[in-house]
Ligand binder design. Structure first.
Ligand SMILES: *Cc1c(COP(=O)(O)O)cnc(C)c1O
Ligand SMILES: [Zn+2]
Length: 455
């Protein structure tokens, strides 16, 4: 269904935009007919059925809350075995009381990012519609996920479009090794995104970017698992990095549906965090007052801003490559989510992102740079007094630490030249939480001396 104009389409159709108004589409359910569970504890019965792949999946064990396909069509590679971890170390950094900060590690998905939640859902829909090829444009993680689902399930051939030069080696190595047809475009992500939409329309290739509404259905389950880990008690805040704004949009839809179905009695507040170098949502929502306005969003405001970007030839630029996006495809749905969740938007610098990332990593699991924007954003909101130190906060860590080791190693290096080359060029001047390696000659006595000195 089109949230803007109300036009409806059949679930079997392959569409990423409304024919009537051109807007994004939503998956809508006839809940009266589908009879969803009346209590979230219903889902606990599936914990004892982990031998069944669909109930082992962290997405499909919530099938009753995204019931657009029958059980026979569901696709899984074992996604969604992720972890919500209380992190008192990061809480102290953020300025929250002990026990008040939880980190949701979505990097523990099979391809190393939250994208697998949505990919299992998109593949399920693609299978329903009989597609044989799937494509995406990607800053890296969507392509890694698409390539993995193609290789594991053999349901479709993967075609991925990447901008030149920006993708991290960890992510590129996945797409290449899993055998995806990889097309490197001279341009950035926004360019690749525009081209892949044209190519899939012209060649009838199934598009799995988050303009695909079924992807967002899968991403709703990140919030279901957060609730599950918190004994079904909604936290006060969900904090998430904002790139193409698929996650934030999906979270808003998840909470709206849970609330409407009477499965939660309170909707958490949502904070979406941009990087300073890719801050379209911040600019439009927090500075220019863009609002959902019952679906009548001010499109002129958006068009004017994009024209300004073009006139200034401003390209997105941040160390957090997964959110290095200036034209977020889910902008309007995200603004709706912000309304549903009484949300706020902030932006954080690359310096703050890497410092926050170091603090997360010091807690043991780690994350990639874009993910740490959530922690840096939570810290900013505590400092502003928007989040109270007593409130319960969940930061979503979207991708695995090993996705992008370049930034991590540069942050901790003792080689000033290397630091300047990778980070200095981005305005990062210091590494307050660096854990420097100790250089020692190959000599037992000196090694022992060094150990004594540093312990
Ligand atoms: C895709 C991605 C994001 C951005 O998520 P959106 O849903 O596009 O806003 C953030 N972090 C990581 C690691 C990602 O892969
Ligand atoms: Zn429409």
């Amino acid at each position: 269904m089109s949230p803007a104009c109300g036009a409806t389409y059949d679930v079997g159709e392959v569409r990423v935009a409304c024919e009537r108004c051109g807007g994004l589409l939503d998956v809508e359910y006839d809940w009266n007919r589908l009879q969803p569970p009346d209590n979230l504890r219903y889902f606990e019965q599936w914990w004892g059925q982990r031998r069944i792949p669909m109930r082992h999946s962290g997405v499909w064990r919530f099938h009753e809350l995204l019931p657009y396909a029958g059980p026979e069509s569901l696709v899984t590679v074992g996604e969604g075995q992720t972890l919500l971890q209380q992190s008192d170390g990061a809480a102290a950094y953020v300025g929250l009381k002990p026990g008040r900060l939880h980190l949701q590690y979505e990097g523990m998905n099979p391809s190393g990012s939250f994208k697998d939640n949505g990919m299992s859902a998109a593949f399920t829909h693609a299978r329903l519609s009989g597609a044989s090829r799937a494509a995406c444009a990607s800053t890296g993680n969507t392509s890694a996920s698409l390539a993995m689902y193609s290789a594991v399930t053999r349901l479709m051939k993967a075609v991925i479009f990447i901008g030149s030069g920006k993708i991290s080696y960890g992510k590129l190595s996945q797409a290449l090794e899993y055998g995806a047809l990889t097309v490197q475009i001279e341009g950035d992500f926004d360019d690749a995104m525009a081209r892949v939409q044209e190519v899939s329309r012209d060649l009838g290739i199934y598009l799995v970017n988050s303009v695909n509404p079924f992807r967002l259905e899968g991403q709703k389950t990140i919030m279901f698992r957060v609730l599950e880990s918190l004994n079904w008690e909604p936290p006060d805040w969900i904090v998430v990095p904002g790139g193409n704004l698929g996650n934030s949009s999906a979270f808003g839809k998840a909470f709206a549906e849970l609330f409407k179905l009477g499965l939660i009695s309170r909707v958490p507040r949502l904070a979406v965090i941009n990087a300073c170098g890719a801050d379209t949502l911040y600019e439009l929502y927090s500075r220019r007052g863009l609002r959902w306005n019952s679906g009548q969003i001010d499109k002129q405001l958006i068009a004017d801003y994009y024209r300004e970007l073009d006139e200034r030839q401003k390209k997105a630029s941040t160390i957090a490559s997964a959110i290095e996006i200036n034209r977020p495809v889910n902008l309007q749905k995200c603004v709706r989510a912000l309304e549903i969740c009484d949300g706020v938007v902030r932006k954080v610098s690359d310096q703050d992102i890497l410092d926050a990332k170091a603090q997360v990593g010091a807690g043991g699991f780690g994350c990639e740079p874009a993910s740490a924007a959530s922690v840096a954003g939570a810290r900013l909101l505590v400092r502003e007094g928007v989040i109270d130190p007593d409130e319960r906060v969940v930061c979503v860590l979207t991708g695995h630490q090993l996705k992008d080791p370049t930034a991590t190693v540069a942050y901790h290096t003792t080689d000033q030249e290397h630091f300047q080359k990778i980070l200095g060029s981005r305005g990062i001047q210091h590494a307050a939480f660096a854990n420097h390696a100790v250089a020692v000659p190959n000599d037992l006595r000196q090694i022992i001396q060094a150990l004594e000195q540093h312990s």
